[in-house]
Design a protein around this ligand. Structure first.
Ligand code: GLU
Length: 491
């Protein structure tokens, strides 16, 4: 395995061209975890050299999404740092200087070929049945002095890197082991474009070097770029970082994850009501495991046991059902006071027009309800949605449940329970439960016979949290009123 002894400095280096995809978020998560686990530095670098695809709004959304996920960078936009600037568009003079070095050392050359000519070359290669090897290296041996004269005369050129014509480029991937590429199959890649902006390859290598990147953790779609980078490092005489290419994330039914197949961006999942800690936990497990069978983990727990050797090279499948379950688990572990605040905000809409002053509902009551509901839901919005009956009497009853729950004998049962509950001087779930038990004994019935009519009468629905707690939350007077309202519908 490749190792290096440099202090750990890792980066997330997105191109702000669109939304933050969950694949990108997972890359950011692993870099962040690794930095934190190793006491290193996590920096954010904005790869904005593709001016055609640059999107200002995407940059804004990106930093917002990273913060929402809890992945605060130590250096980068907004926070600064000693090795900036952290936007590649502000580093053009650095790339120009480095390209100059490669030109002078004979590792790079000016290429004057036009788009039309390159297109022609491609067509000829295709039609002759040759493998498409890309650029035919027409300008590779132009003497530098001649090239400079043509530039001085106003011609435009890109700069290309001279890839060795023979031999093999090898590197060790920390996750996949040794990888090698035949140099003959690599193109003489452009490193500086006509607009004087560097290409991704050049900028990435120069920045990873000057920003002292110790490990590059990125998606496996970049593997084929890595030999080019390794050659650039060697032309510069620099030590490359350790490379770790992360496994691809596939849609549940196979194939690439995409908007078409459902949510794919961090923003989509936030809008659907996922908690950031659930999304981070879920994404972290797409390709990594903690070494035991734990699944639901906090950020701190994951960082505490994060290591590169438990990242698998195998593709991981994005199972949204599991994410839903994970979200439920994280809601379950959320602080009840926080949940109550969240629920109060949503209750405004749910109880609109009811005349109930949501601000006046005691926090303790909301906490009590949240504790009842939080083990039963997958999304936060369900807190308010499924709690309506705690505040408003049902105006109708589940038709299917009604046939049975309000059937023969239910009226007598409900009357017995009602008088038992009316007699309680303290209305808490323990005493309520005892009251139900007493009625069971009196009427020689099972608890189930009592629970169904009472639950339906009080809540209007057939399923919900523990009935005794539910009744406690609704309150004695209101429970009695609701039983009275339902009695005439019972047999
Ligand atoms: N800007 C590249 C991206 O958008 C970064 C690739 C890398 O990490 O080297 O993913």
């Amino acid at each position: 395995m490749s190792t290096n002894t440099r202090p750990v400095r890792v980066r997330f280096a997105p191109s702000p061209t669109g939304y933050l995809h969950v694949g990108g978020a997972r890359t950011a998560i692993y870099n962040y975890f690794y930095a934190k686990a190793m006491g290193g530095t996590f920096y954010l670098r904005i790869e904005d050299t593709d001016r055609k695809r640059y999107n200002e709004a995407a940059l804004h959304d990106l930093t917002r999404d990273m913060k929402w996920l809890g992945l605060q960078w130590d250096e980068g936009p907004e926070v600064g740092g000693d090795l900036g600037p952290y936007h590649q568009s502000e580093r053009l003079d650095i790339y120009a200087r480095e390209v100059q070095k490669l030109l002078e050392s004979g590792h790079a050359y000016y290429c004057f070929c036009t788009e039309e000519r390159l297109e022609e070359v491609r067509k000829v290669q295709e039609s002759s049945g040759q493998a498409v090897t890309g650029y035919d290296r027409q300008c590779r041996d132009l003497p530098l002095a001649d090239a400079l004269a043509r530039l001085a005369a106003g011609e435009k050129a890109v700069v290309r890197f001279k890839v060795p014509l023979e031999g093999v480029t090898r590197f060790e991937d920390q996750i996949r082991g040794p990888i090698e590429y035949q140099n003959a199959l690599l193109d003489d890649l452009v490193i500086l474009k006509r607009d004087k902006y560097p290409t991704y390859h050049l900028a990435s290598v120069v920045d990873d070097h000057y920003m002292q990147t110790s490990h590059v953790l990125r998606g496996d779609e970049w593997i084929s770029s890595t030999p080019k980078h390794v050659l650039l490092y060697s032309a510069f005489g620099w030590e490359p970082p350790v490379f770790c290419h992360l496994p691809v994330i596939l849609a549940a039914g196979g194939g690439k994850l995409s908007k078409r197949k459902g949510a794919a961006s961090v923003g989509d999942f936030r809008d659907l009501g996922y908690l950031p800690e659930a999304l981070v936990n879920f994404l972290a497990l797409l390709g990594w495991n903690p070494g035991d069978d734990r699944e639901v983990m906090t950020l701190e727990e994951m960082i505490g046991c994060f290591s590169l050797d438990r990242i698998s090279p195998k593709a991981a499948a994005f199972d949204e059902k599991k994410l839903e379950w994970m979200n439920g688990q994280h809601i379950h572990h959320k602080d009840s006071n926080w949940l109550a605040d969240y629920m109060r905000q949503d209750l405004g809409t749910v109880l609109e027009g009811s005349g109930i002053d949501v601000d006046a509902i005691p926090q303790a009551k909301l906490i009590f309800i949240c504790n009842l509901l939080k083990t039963r839901i997958h999304f936060l919005k369900e807190l308010a949605e499924s709690s309506k009956y705690f505040f408003i009497a049902p105006t109708s009853y589940d038709e299917k449940a009604k046939a049975k729950a309000f059937g023969t004998g239910s009226r007598a049962i409900t009357q017995a329970v009602r008088s038992q509950l009316a007699g309680l001087s303290l209305f808490d779930h323990k005493r309520i439960e005892q009251g139900f038990m007493d009625v069971c004994t009196q009427l020689d019935l099972k608890l189930g016979n009592l629970v169904h009519p009472i639950r339906l009468a009080v809540s209007g629905v057939a399923a919900g949290p523990g009935l005794f707690e539910l009744l406690e939350a609704v309150g004695q007077g209101e429970v009695l009123r609701r039983l009275d309202a339902a009695l005439p519908l019972m047999e």
